[in-house]
Design a protein around this ligand. Sequence first.
Ligand code: SAM
Length: 195
Amino acid sequence: MRSFVVVAHKAVTTPFSLNDLPGGAGRMDIVARCVNASLFLSHGMRRDVDFYAILLGEPNPPVTIRFNGERVRYLSPDERSAASLIKKALERGAPSSGEDESTPGVYISKRSFEDVINGLDDVIYLHEDGEDFRNIELKGDEAFVLSDHQNLTPEEESVLEKKGARKASLGKRLYHADHCIVIVNHELDMREKLK
Ligand SMILES: C[S@@+](CC[C@H](N)C(=O)[O-])C[C@H]1O[C@@H](n2cnc3c(N)ncnc32)[C@H](O)[C@@H]1O
């Protein structure tokens, strides 16, 4: 299973208006685009991908939303669709332990960034100063960690360091998080094709 983990520092942890994803919802538009970049093919869904959004905005952080490509339903490739499934999950609320399925293939929990990272096996931190992505040995089932419009905090970086995450760069240019996810999916697809 390939995974993407996006830390959404300002994304709200309470139901929000679908008409103001960038403002009132704390850049939930970034999260929604990352869901789409992780899971969608043209006329198809990547069934072997898990997407995690760690929502750290007010009023009740952290909340983790997980989209599972194998099970997800009612998701179409527009920002409002992904955002509305996140909103539904927030309306349901996170259980005090474990994760609940709010709609098919969408899960909500109170897990923190550290909880999520510690539950994953092989973690790659995407950062422009890392080692060239194309020189990194990958099996294809790694978890790729990205930040939103802000940098990861030193505390979040130290969680990755403790986990032994490798740091991989897609080049010196700074890309949007969803664009990085498209590049990684494509790079891994090409490696599979070359096997
Ligand atoms: C929009 S960037 C973050 C912007 C940055 N924090 C800033 O404002 O200076 C979103 C995320 O995409 C990933 N990213 C962007 N460009 C990258 C690159 N060239 N190589 C690897 N990861 C990249 C990183 O994980 C980054 O945190």
